[in-house]
Structure formats: structure tokens, C-alpha cells
Write a protein that binds this ligand. Structure first.
Ligand code: SUG
Length: 446
């Protein structure tokens, strides 16, 4: 079946800030309290999207969520006018105000896990909204993400959008950041690799939380109706999580038949690669590009985010292209590795660097910002065209960002109630730009 891979990117939100909210995410911890630049961040995200659109790929947009998210403050007992709620939360529960003000929804790789229709038993594309239960500030994303997915993929004949798994740590699920699909061609049946950091209920007393459970992964594979012979469940190396790889996509990325990963990504590399080979039997020959510790130390891989690159097939190019963060150029071991990589005759033929620095400083590289969605021709036709990038939409969105986003934001600015009004005005207008209707956000329904 003819199919292509679209990228749906999360748009950076108006409250993008450095709250230091994600234990185990080294960049988030390192930059806590810094002044962020929401406008610059959103424009960086949009120009990455435009770059891929210009290269001939289908590019979708997932809209920002409303922040600060007052419904959670209501549930936590804050009452009164909106301004009073924010003022009281700032005084009595500042960590809660931080959490409900985060723009973390922009990392669309954590929005959902997608199984293309070529892999599923009912021939529909399945998308499971992630529950993101491990981190408070992310656990509020599910319902709005689910609405975005329904808006983007509206036809039940083609798409099946699942609600998040139960909101309990046994089902800890962080979406596609721990999921890789390999295939010969996008429209062919593929091998889906689900990576977990821990087992349900197992708390080994580590320094950093392992966010994805095996039980969540098994549930996802079951509800998507996957052929279990074509599924691989693999464990992340605990020491790699402890070194700062809070998601597998910090140390691994795959596309088509190629898996590009760090030597220390998996708990048992030999077993994982063997399981992938077995699952791919008679479909394709996997190409493993393993980066060894003596070429790129894990530490450099994590600070540069080499593996949080997008690995894409660009029309007209024979080999895959790695869309890497600009930071890779500044890390000598990584820069040297990239030169060597493209000089060889492996599956990756070119590395292109993009500037997503505002997102990187919170631990989100080019790959974190996008959700990959393989669409057959019929599904592409059924996807909502108003959420797909075009010259006109790019112009409208950059203008919208320039008019509504603050240039700078310090964590202390989150107590300013005008931020709420600014956000609502902006998102209200965005629902018109993206034709999302006038009841897309909870504040529009109040
Ligand atoms: O969940 N950062 C995000 C980064 C997510 C990156 N996604 C992938 N690897 N796919 C996280 O840790 C930081 C927010 C703050 O500290 O203000 C944050 O949530």
C-alpha cells in the first residue's frame, strides 16, 4: 500500500519557561530559573516545520494547550476569580502553579504512540494518547492531546484514537518517545519496537524515574491489534537512564530499515538486535548503526542530543537524512562522528542541523518536537487539511506568534494574571486559524 510518513509537531506554547520540573532530564535541571524566550522558541519550531515541508514532507501542527491550566488549580481547592486563583496558588502552592504553567505539551513525541494501519488487525491507524503519569506537569496533557488527535484524524473509518491508559504508575506511558517502527516501505507491515524503563510496581530506588513500563507497552500493542510476531519489547539500560536518558529517544532513533543507537541504549543489546532480526524475518533486513562509547561517549550523546534527531526519507535523496540539533556541531566527538557517518556507505547519507535551542534547553530536541504518523494515501486524504502546513499557514502562524508571544519569560512572571488573558486571546484566535471550532479549549466552554 502506498504510504508516507508525516510529522506532526507540537507548537511551543506562550508560557514556555524553564521550571526544572523533570527530574532525570539533565537540561531541564541545568537551566532551571533561566529566562526563556517563548517567541523565539515558537519561531524556531515553526522554521523546523517549514524546513521539512519545503523538503517535500507532509507536516502537521498540534496546537498549544491552555496554560496556566486553571481546572487543575480548581481541583486542588483554589477558588475565586481567575486572578485570585493564580495569586493564591503562587503564594500557597508555587510548585503547582509552575506545573500548570508548563509548555511541555510541545514535545509531541510524547503525545501518543502510533501504529500505522499496515500493522493493525482492523486496518485502521491506531493512536494511543499518552498518560504521562510520571510527571505532574505532564499528567494534565492527555485530554487536550486527545482532542487534538481527534481534530487531526477525524474519520473513525480510518483512525482509532484511544484514550490514555489508566492514570496509574503501573501504566506509565510517555508515547512515541519509547517506540520505534522499522519497515521496508512505510506502507508495508513493519516491526514495532516498544522500549521500557521499568516493570510495573518495581521501584529499584534509582536516582531518576524510569517513566515507561513494560505493562504499558504490552497494553498498547494489544489495543492496537498488532501481530505479536512483529513486536519487540526491549528494556532500556538502567545506567543509561541514570546518566540522563529519561526516554529511549535520547539514545536511539530508527527509520525504514535503519536503527541508529548508542552502544549503551539497551539493557541487553545482543538480545534486542536478535529479537528485531527475528521480528523482521521475511519483511526486511534491519540495518544497525551502533555508535560505540569510544566514538561518542554517552555523556556527549546526551548533552548534544545526537540521537534525538529526526531520521527522515527526503524525496529525491537516496539515503536517510538525520535532522540533528545544532548543538551536535559544538560537541567535538559528535561532530567528528557525523562527518564519519556520512562519509561511509551506510543508510544515513546526510546530516542537517537545525536550531531548536529554546526547546533543547528543556531537554527537547528536533525529534521530541514531532509525532510521526505514517499515512496511506486514503488516510492522508482523510486527515484534517486545516492542521497541515502550507505557505499560507506558515505565514499566518508566524504572524500570530509575533503578535501574541512574549519575548522573554522568567519563572517569576508566571504569577502575572495577564499571562492567562494573553494566552486565552491567542488560543482563541488560533482555533480560527486552524478551524478548530469555538469549543476546543476548556476556557472556551466555560
Ligand atoms: O518530559 N521536559 C520534557 C522534555 C521531553 C522530551 N521529549 C522526548 N525526549 N521525547 C520532559 O522531561 C521540562 C519542563 C521544565 O522543566 O520546565 C520538561 O518537561
Amino acid at each position: 500500500m502506498a504510504a508516507m510518513e508525516a510529522n506532526y509537531d507540537g507548537l511551543v506554547g506562550l508560557t514556555h519557561n524553564y521550571g526544572g520540573l523533570s527530574a532525570g532530564n539533565l537540561a531541564s535541571a541545568h537551566n532551571v530559573g533561566q529566562i526563556s524566550r517563548p517567541r523565539e522558541g515558537a519561531l524556531q519550531g515553526l522554521s523546523k516545520m517549514k524546513r521539512l515541508y519545503d523538503a517535500g514532507l507532509v507536516q502537521g501542527i498540534l496546537p498549544p494547550h491552555e496554560r496556566p491550566f486553571l481546572p487543575l488549580l480548581h481541583e486542588a481547592g483554589f477558588a475565586g476569580s481567575d486572578a485570585q486563583i493564580i495569586e493564591n496558588a503562587a503564594r500557597h502552592a508555587p510548585a503547582l502553579l509552575q506545573a500548570v504553567s508548563s509548555s511541555a505539551f510541545m514535545w509531541a513525541a510524547n503525545a501518543a504512540t502510533i501504529s500505522p494501519s499496515a500493522d493493525t488487525s482492523d486496518g485502521r491507524l491506531h493512536a494511543s494518547t499518552a498518560n504521562l503519569v510520571t510527571m505532574l506537569h505532564r499528567s494534565i496533557e492527555g485530554p487536550q492531546t486527545e482532542r487534538s488527535l481527534h481534530a487531526a484524524f477525524p474519520d473513525d473509518n480510518h483512525f482509532c484514537i484511544h484514550a490514555p491508559l489508566p492514570m496509574q504508575e503501573s501504566f506509565g506511558d510517555e508515547g512515541a518517545a519509547n517506540h520505534v517502527r522499522l519497515c521496508a516501505d512505510h506502507g508495508d507491515p513493519g516491526v514495532e519496537i516498544f522500549v521500557h524503563g521499568r516493570l510495573a510496581g518495581f521501584a529499584p530506588g534509582l536516582k531518576f524515574p524510569a517513566r515507561q513500563t513494560l505493562q504499558a507497552n504490552q497494553a498498547l500493542a494489544r489495543r492496537h491489534g498488532l501481530n505479536m510476531d512483529r513486536v519487540v519489547f526491549a528494556a532500556q539500560a538502567q545506567s543509561t537512564i541514570e546518566a540522563g536518558a529519561f526516554h529511549n529517544d535520547v539514545v536511539c532513533v530508527g527509520a525504514k530499515t535503519c536503527l541508529f543507537f548508542h552502544e549503551y541504549a539497551f539493557a541487553d543489546t545482543t538480545q534486542t538486535l536478535e529479537a528485531i532480526r527475528r521480528a523482521a524475518d521475511r519483511l526486511f533486513e534491519p540495518q544497525f548503526v551502533q555508535v560505540n562509547q569510544d566514538e561518542v561517549p554517552l555523556r556527549d550523546a546526551i548533552t548534544s542530543y545526537l540521537f534525538n534527531s529526526m531520521l527522515v526519507e527526503i524525496p529525491g535523496e537516496e539515503r536517510l537524512v538525520l535532522i540533528a540539533p545544532a548543538e551536535c556541531r559544538k560537541t567535538p566527538s559528535v561532530a567528528q562522528y557525523c562527518d564519519k557517518l556520512v562519509a561511509g556507505n551506510g543508510p544515513i547519507g546526510r546530516v542537517e542541523f537545525v536550531d531548536v535551542r529554546q526547546s533543547m534547553r528543556n531537554g527537547g530536541g528536533p525529534a521530541c518536537l514531532r509525532l510521526r504518523v505514517v499515512l496511506s494515501d486514503a488516510e492522508r486524504a482523510a486527515a484534517n487539511p486545516d492542521m497541515l502546513m502550507s505557505e499560507t499557514l506558515y505565514a499566518k502562524l508566524t504572524d500570530w506568534v509575533r503578535r501574541h508571544y512574549r519575548e522573554q519569560l522568567a519563572p517569576a512572571d508566571l504569577v502575572d494574571p495577564s499571562l492567562l488573558a494573553e494566552g486565552r486571546r491567542a488560543l482563541d484566535e488560533l482555533t480560527t486559524i486552524l478551524s478548530l471550532g469555538s469549543d476546543f479549549y476548556p476556557f472556551q466552554r466555560a
